[in-house]
Design a protein around this ligand. Sequence first.
Ligand code: UDP
Length: 381
Amino acid sequence: MYDSIVIGCGAAGATVARKLAEAGKKVLILEKRNHIGGNCYDAFDKHGVLIHEYGPHIFHTNEEDVFTFLSEYTDWYLFGHEVVANVHGELIPVPFNLNTLHKVYDEKTADELEKILIEEYGEGSRVPIMKLRENENPKIKGIADYVYENIFLHYTMKQWGQTPEEIDPAVTGRVPVLVSYDNRYFQDKYQGMPKDGYTPMFAKMLEHENITVELSCDCKKRLTFLENRILFDGEDFEGDIIYTGALDELFDCEYGRLPYRSLDFQFEHFAQDSYQGRSVVNYTVSEDFTRITEFKYLTGQMDVAGTTIVKEYSFAYTGEEGEIPYYAINNEENQALYQKYADRMKNYPKVHLLGRLAEYKYYNIDAIVKKALELAETIRR
Ligand code: UDP
């Protein structure tokens, strides 16, 4: 009855399902949660404010094909996303850039340091903090120390429970020092929000006669992985299966759980127009939470009465009921464990692993949509 089964209805699952459906395949999506959209899921809270239930998701991309594909299902509210860090009560632009430099140093020093940075790295360059710290020029070292101490160290300790040295350098490299006056958090060509939200965008994507979505369905109730066969509702299933869930869970965490960071989101509503006057403030030297997002500034819903914010508290995922694995912790040991599970998939050549959980990777939305488009292309051939 179905040609393909997709496990999980987030950005990865919805994209691959749509593309396969358009290629004439009958696709069944099994989603554990009671809603579509995965961690991009957004909805109106009881005060009428559009919130992101699983933390702020800002879309940004340079990929024309990704932007074109998503634009079939939504219009956009595009803006240049900006973030500030609260450093002992002072708000400074993040990523650290030349505006930040001039904010934290006196004019003469900042002018001198700006020249040195441009000479060393070139105007417009993006320098990961861990690279900047390797520079032996004492003046550059001074900047690196400031940025490390005031922007990265404490925030990273809160977010990962480890120092910037201990985590994958690609993670801190996501927010490089910018040798430019660009205050935007991302430098991508397109950035912003689906105009009416992510959930309607994915709902439209899933609206296709060849797609069936079953919510609140644990795939393990329908699929049985035998030695080298897969049963669907008790019968052999030989079509493609796209799995976007956590890989260890597929094998009952037989070799142990894959470590993740989880998040606790504390939402608060205020009967006032504005709470912080901007979308995101990172708390990089104080507080137990990492950042505060004020949704109306993120979604552009400026006409709503009152305002809703969310504070994010990070903690180590244990797998307990109700916890959600958000961030894979990429290191050698965890990769080796992941590989043990991935090796088990060799018995199932028609199962494809896709997304943050299934691939145990730190993906942005656009990157996973891109990967899903490519996978659909491979499968339909
Ligand atoms: N980071 C930091 N201070 C900041 C912003 C980011 O230390 O003000 C580090 C931190 O380790 C974080 C990583 O950079 O986990 C990536 O940040 P990003 O904002 O991309 O994380 P996400 O939005 O995906 O949680």
